[in-house]
Structures are given as C-alpha cells and as structure tokens.
Design a protein around this ligand. Structure first.
Ligand code: GDP
Ligand code: MG
Length: 178
C-alpha cells in the first residue's frame, strides 16, 4: 500500500482529490512550505512534494504528496493517479455544494477502486469564508461518518487545521508489525 517496512519510519503515498479550485494545491503548499499565495496559479506539478512529520511515539511519517496539475478534470486518469496510495485526501470547498457533491463521487470511486486499506480523509477547505458557507459542518460530519472517514475543516489561507489534518492522518495509518 505504499508503506515502507520500517514501522518507526513510515513512507506513504498521499493523493489529493476534489474539484478544481477547492484549494488542493494551496493545502499542500501550506503544509510543505508554510506559505499561501492567493495570486499565483499554484500547481505543484506532475511529480510530488514530500514532508515528514514526527509523532509523539517517535514514529516518523514521510508523506509523498501527489498533487494534480488539473487532471482532476479527467476522471478516466484518476485510477493511475491514486494507484498504490495509502492515503486519499478528498477536498471540497465549504462555499460550493457542487464541490461537496463531487467529493462524494470521489469517495465512492476510492471505495470501489482504491487500495482496500486506504486511509481516507474528507476535508472542507476555505473555512475562513464562513460568511459564504453553503455546506454545513454537519453535512461534512455525516458524509464522513457514513463512509468511515476522518473529517476536518481547514483553511489553507489562515493555516487553520492544516497541520492537524496531516497529524490525524498519520495517527490513523495502519502500522506494519515489526
Ligand atoms: P486546486 O485547483 O484544488 O488545486 O485549488 P488551488 O489550490 O489552486 O486554489 C484555488 C483558489 O482558491 C486559489 O485562488 C486560492 O487562492 C483559493 N484558496 C485556496 N485555499 C483557500 C482557503 O483556504 N481560503 C480561501 N479564502 N481561498 C483559498
Ligand atoms: Mg491544483
């Protein structure tokens, strides 16, 4: 599943899925570089960025983060992208019900075609835009619960809950037994 054998130093492939414009690249950039640039057309590109985090039990988790360069528009390419992923982060924009519907589509796809032990997170991004909110927090909670996913609302702009997202994912990874 993309996990390395050393149980103290995990290496995992993480993919981001979700509508174009929901903030996937901004989440990655915030997590990996601590930056938010509202003007640049952020595209991490075809390959991946990596970031390692340390957990309390001295385990480290190296995330190899695959961001799309807009291929989210081509559903047929998706299986190539999430093949072998240990983690899928499905992102929607809390101001966009369409993006929430699309997130639910991706969850179903991953359940059908993803690795059986994939860890999935549902992320409601742009939480700083609360005055434009159109997807309630409860809608997110219900969807995640129904699908056995971890749920969190984030803002790549303010950095709210970005590190928490990746820490919670790390805690939920299946541990290889030594
Ligand atoms: P992607 O297509 O899913 O990778 O989306 P991007 O990361 O390129 O972001 C799309 C747009 O949303 C950009 O204009 C970002 O500046 C903006 N954006 C991303 N995250 C946030 C956020 O948390 N809050 C706000 N207000 N805007 C965001
Ligand atoms: Mg992007």
């Amino acid at each position: 599943n993309g996990g390395a054998i050393d149980p103290k130093n995990l290496k995992v492939k993480l993919v981001l899925l979700g509508d174009s414009g929901v903030g996937k690249s901004c989440i990655v950039l915030r997590f990996v570089r601590g930056q938010f640039d509202p003007t640049s057309k952020v595209t991490v590109g075809a390959s991946f960025l990596s970031q390692t985090i340390a957990l309390q039990d001295s385990t480290t988790v190296k995330f190899e983060i695959w961001d799309t360069a807009g291929q989210e528009r081509y559903a047929a390419l998706a299986p190539l992208y999430y093949r072998g992923a240990a983690v899928a982060v499905v992102v929607y924009d809390i101001t966009s019900p369409e993006s929430f519907a699309k997130a639910q589509y991706w969850v179903k796809e991953l359940q059908k075609h993803g690795s059986p032990d994939i860890v999935m997170a549902l992320v409601g991004n742009k939480a700083d835009l609360d005055e434009k909110r159109e997807v309630t927090t409860q809608d997110g909670i219900d969807c995640a619960e129904k699908n056995g996913m971890f749920f969190i609302e984030t803002s790549a702009k303010t950095a709210d809950n970005i590190n928490q997202l990746f820490e919670e994912i790390a805690k939920r990874l299946p541990r290889p037994t030594a």
